[in-house]
Each structure stands twice: as C-alpha cells, then as structure tokens.
Design a protein around this ligand. Structure first.
Ligand code: ADP
Ligand code: MG
Length: 445
C-alpha cells in the first residue's frame, strides 16, 4: 500500500501548481513557503508574511484541500507560521523577502520532466514530435524556425524543453536559451531600467539556439515586438535555430506582418488534442512515474471524462495519487469520482441546445462544427453528424422536424434514420459507446 507523507504531498502540490502559474508567480509566492512540521492530520507551513498566506488560501484552497490533510469542515488543515516571528530565534534563517524572479538572461532553465522520452505519442502529436526531434538532432539544418501551435495544456512547453534538453546533452558546444515571451519582456524592461539593453542584445544575438514559449504574449506589446523581431532576424540571418510555441497559428496572432511572415518561414506544426488511446497511455505513463497502481478500468474512466487537455488529466492523477496516499486506498472508480468532483462534469443543470450538441460532437471528432451543419457525405463527417442527430433526439424534447433543421435542413426521417442507426451501432461498438458517453457528460455539465 502507498504511504502518506505530507512533505511529499506538498512537493506534489507545488509540482502541480508550477504547471498552472507563471514562473514569476511561482518564484515570488510559492517557492519561499517551507514545510516545518507535518503529521497525518495537519501540516505547518512557514510563510514570509501574511500576504503569502492569504494568497495561498484565496487562490488555491481547493487544490490544497485535495492534496493536504483536511479538517472536518473541509478546510485544508494548515497551520501558518509567519517567518518574521522566528527571525529572533538563533536559527540562521535567511530573510524571506519577496523578491522579483532573477533575471532570466543567463541561466538555462528546463523542466527536468519534459523529455522526449516522457512525451507519449499519438496520431495528433506524432508529426510535431518528430519535427521537434528533427530540430533537436540537427539544429539549424531542418526546419527553421519551427513554430508549434496548439491549445492549452497539450504539450507545447513540454516539447520545447525536450528540444532544449536534447541539444544541451548532444550538442554541448551550442549556446542555448529557453525563455517564455513574458520573461523576455521582463528582461527587456529590467535591462532598459538598468541601461543595459546592449548587453542583453549581445547576449541574445550570440545564441545558437533560441527557444521561445508562448509568443502570443507578444501581441499588443508593440515596442517589445520590434526588439523581438530584430533579435529573431539577427539569429535567423546567422542560421541559428529558433523554435517558437503559440496558442494560435502565426496568421491568427495580432502581430505585425513582418513578424508573422518571419514565423511562417520555416515549419508551422499543429499539436492536436490526444485521442482516447493516447490519453490512456499518458495516464498510465504518469501513474507509473508516480508509483501509483492505476488499473486500466480506472485509466479508461478518467480518460473518458477529461478529454481536451493533458494538464487537466495530470491534475486529476495528482489529486488521485494524493488522495489514495492520504487515505491508504487503491485507485478505483469510486475514489476517482470522489476526488474529482468538479474536474468531472456534474449532473445536468443547463438547457441543452442543438448548437451545443454540434459543438461538442465537433470537438470530440475533431471536425468543424460547420461541417456538421453542412451536407458533406464523406465518412469523417457523416458518422459524427449521425451521432449529433442521435444526441439531439435523445437529449432534447422537441419535434424531430425542428431538430433536423439544424443539420443543413435535413428532414425528420433522416434524423430518425440516424438515431436508429447509432442506437444499433452503440450496442456493438465499444469505442462509439464511449465517445457518446463523453459527449453526453460534456453536454450535461
Ligand atoms: P502547453 O505548453 O501546451 O500548455 P505543457 O507542455 O505545459 O502544455 O503540458 C501540460 C502537461 O501535460 C505537462 O505536464 C506535460 O508534461 C503533459 N503532457 C502534454 N502532452 C503530453 C504527452 N503527449 N505525453 C506526456 N505528457 C504530456
Ligand atoms: Mg506552455
């Protein structure tokens, strides 16, 4: 059975938060907190001042409650000790001042877990992963720049850091920097203030590899955009490798045409939402790393409920691990339901519309909602459309004629036919059954 160790749970809580907040926020608010005592019932945290305590309880109470021991009231069982009061004690405690994050321009900071070997492949990310590995193996000689875009929590930063690790280990002579756009801007602001912009420019322009995360934060930052664009051009002109991540493709970013054009020079690769099998594989891989025994049934159950974000999938697993360790339980579907209440969609409270069904089914099958409303008969669209029609009849109590009208003006008999067909198929096809369950839960949230 797994043991419970509050110190370790605190580390897991931090690990989970480090994914969710910015590096600066993490450094300023979370890193200075220390565990000074812990038991199964309570944990004692030393905080630099009362603000850190408030910040923690205002922003992360729920997460704290799921990772740490809780009181009967459901509140996290934490005793806060302000470091101030301890300063007089003979302990050589360093003054826990809240300082800004150190300037990022020299040290290479990579998340040690974000390696290619930890990145699970599936049909939606295979291409991006192999492009990233291509760049890591032969920097400046394959795609330059490599532009990776995709939704939140799908592994953009993971791949960016994996490139960083690989180059650091295999091309030791190359000078590499990995930076978030936010940190680049902060760096620039600091250097402007200290009148040391030239030093910063020289630093960036002397790199062999520049890895830039979340370029979307450069939008509406005109002055910074120009400086970034100059750095970018200077590096590309010297045939230095650049990799950029973003939540949108270049053309959809509100940046200058010059900047967009530069980013489209190389390879633009899209990172998609992992399919069910990949999500299960990710869960199993992460559970193994954490030493959690995760029965396949439970992995299926989680992967069915959380389907568009790997970070959430991981959050769910962290919570499950913490709970099982605290309570000395094995991971089971009941425990999952208990610990993940609000991550999973609860019982229906909102009115379901055909539009919502169309959107949900489109996301599930990764096609455009407009395709479902249209009349294309290709198989990749026809089946999802029938699923949407089936759900419309199942979930909405309205005349079939009205429901059918949403699907490119189809008739009620087409809708009825679709409903019959899917009702039969669901009995025989496990995958389809799961997909429909997923869509239902999503809609009934
Ligand atoms: P993004 O930068 O796209 O918002 P991250 O790279 O931070 O997302 O990924 C979120 C979390 O999900 C990370 O902990 C990452 O390790 C994990 N993750 C995402 N995709 C995969 C994958 N294919 N295999 C394993 N872990 C993944
Ligand atoms: Mg990221």
């Amino acid at each position: 059975m797994l043991t419970s160790n509050p110190q370790e749970l605190w580390s897991q809580f931090l690990e989970c938060l480090s994914e969710r907040c910015s590096a600066t926020e993490f450094e300023n608010w979370l890193a200075p907190i220390k565990v000074i005592a812990s038991s199964l019932e309570e944990i004692t945290l030393e905080v630099p001042n009362i603000f850190v305590c408030e910040y923690l309880m205002d922003n992360y109470k729920k997460e704290l409650a799921s990772f740490l021991p809780v009181r009967v009231s459901g509140e996290p069982a934490i005793v806060f000790v302000i470091a101030e009061s301890k300063r007089k004690a003979p302990l050589p405690s360093k003054p826990p001042l809240i300082e800004p994050a150190p300037s990022s321009s020299s040290e290479l900071k990579l998340n040690p877990f974000y390696l290619f070997s930890n990145f699970i492949e599936g049909p939606e990310n295979q291409f991006v992963k192999s492009a990233a590995m291509g760049v890591a193996n032969r920097p400046s000689r394959t795609y330059n720049p490599l532009f990776i875009h995709g939704g939140v929590g799908l592994g953009k930063t993971h791949l960016l850091h994996a490139i960083g690790h690989h180059i650091k280990n295999h091309h030791k002579k190359l000078k590499i920097q990995c930076i978030t756009t936010e940190a680049f801007i902060n760096d620039l602001v600091d250097n402007l203030r200290n009148k040391s912009v030239d030093r910063m420019k020289n630093f960036y322009r002397s790199l062999d590899i520049l890895l830039v995360d979340d370029i979307q934060f450069l939008q509406n930052r005109l002055n910074f955009e120009e400086e970034f664009c100059n750095t970018f051009e200077s590096l590309i002109n010297q045939n230095k490798q650049i990799v950029i991540t973003s939540d949108k493709p270049p053309g959809q970013l509100k940046l200058s045409e010059r900047m967009i054009g530069r980013m489209e020079w190389g390879l633009v690769a899209h990172l998609g939402v992992p399919d069910f099998e990949t999500r299960v594989a990710i869960l199993q891989h992460k559970a193994e790393q954490k030493g959690l025994k995760l029965p396949q049934k439970v992995a299926f159950f989680i992967a069915e409920h959380i389907f568009n974000n790997v970070r959430q999938l991981e959050g769910a697993l962290n919570r499950l691990t913490a709970y099982c360790r605290l309570m000395g339980l094995e991971a089971s579907e009941e425990v999952v339901e208990k610990t993940m209440g609000e991550l999973f969609q609860g019982p229906s409270s909102k009115k379901i519309s055909v539009e919502n069904i169309i959107k949900s089914v489109a996301t599930l099958f990764e096609i455009r909602a407009s395709d479902l409303r249209g009349s294309s008969r290709t198989k990749s669209v026809a089946l999802p459309r029938q699923v949407a029609m089936y759900l419309a009849k199942e979930l909405i109590n309205e005349p079939l004629k009205n429901l059918a009208a949403f699907f490119g003006g189809k008739t009620h008999s087409t809708l009825l036919h679709a409903w019959k067909k899917i009702s039969d198929q669901v009995e025989k096809d496990e995958k389809l059954k799961r997909q429909i369950q997923m869509a239902r839960r999503n809609l009934e949230a």
